[in-house]
Design a binder for this molecule. Structure first.
Ligand SMILES: [Zn+2]
Length: 216
């Protein structure tokens, strides 16, 4: 009992930022590598401040005429957004049709992400938003999947790409009336055993959430 009280006191004694980080630590079983990055000064990359909120249909989203292999289930609700990186062996851009082919090769209906954001900030539609995606094992029914091209275990994402991620996340929060926090905006690794969306990007997710929260 005493130990419990002491632990509770210690938790509530933390500064808000530290408490948030501690909660995440506990939740995600963070490994040493990502902790190390959190402690490093934010010199190489920062989430740009999001200054304007756009509706989803105000964003320029390119759509491809993709053919899906089978009928897909319609998503019954949207409670959370999951952010991914493509995570290929090289830190490179990749087209939506190429991801579509890869995912067909996995035996899926087609591309599993609902959106793909390129390094130059271009947003493209993957699997139509109304359908259940294939991007976060056991967590697809209620989520929208956004994939940033690149490998953010190796590199930091460009400014344009991170800004586009924020804009799209904010527009989706607005559309689905989602309150952005650590239980509604996830990195893939929060839900499954993966390094996605990358050691170098993941530590900035709290800043993304804060920026989206401020603009809504
Ligand atoms: Zn992922």
């Amino acid at each position: 009992m005493t130990a419990k009280i002491l632990a509770a006191t210690a938790t509530f004694g933390l500064l808000p930022e530290s408490a948030e980080a501690a909660r995440k630590d506990k939740k995600n079983k963070k490994d040493k590598k990502s902790k190390k990055i959190l402690e490093e000064p934010k010199i190489e990359f920062e989430m740009p401040p999001l200054v304007d909120l756009k509706e989803l249909d105000e964003l320029n989203i390119n759509a491809f005429d993709l053919e899906f292999k089978e009928d897909m289930d319609v998503r019954e609700g949207t409670g959370a957004i999951v952010i991914h990186h493509a995570g290929l062996t090289k830190d490179m851009d990749i087209s939506v049709p190429a991801i579509h082919d890869m995912h067909l090769g996995n035996g899926w209906a087609g591309i599993g992400y609902h959106f793909v954001i390129h390094k130059d900030g271009t947003i493209e539609q993957g699997r139509p938003l109304k359908y259940v995606g294939a991007h976060a094992y056991k967590n697809n029914l209620y989520t929208v999947g956004i994939c940033m091209t690149g490998n953010y275990n190796m590199a930091y994402p460009p400014f344009e790409q991170t800004l586009a991620v924020e804009k799209l996340t904010a527009a989706l929060c607005k559309k689905y009336n989602i309150k952005p926090d650590e239980y509604t905006i996830f990195g893939h690794r929060d839900l499954n055993d993966t390094s996605c969306p990358g050691e170098k990007f993941y530590p900035y997710l709290p800043q993304l959430i804060k920026n989206v929260h401020e603009v809504l």
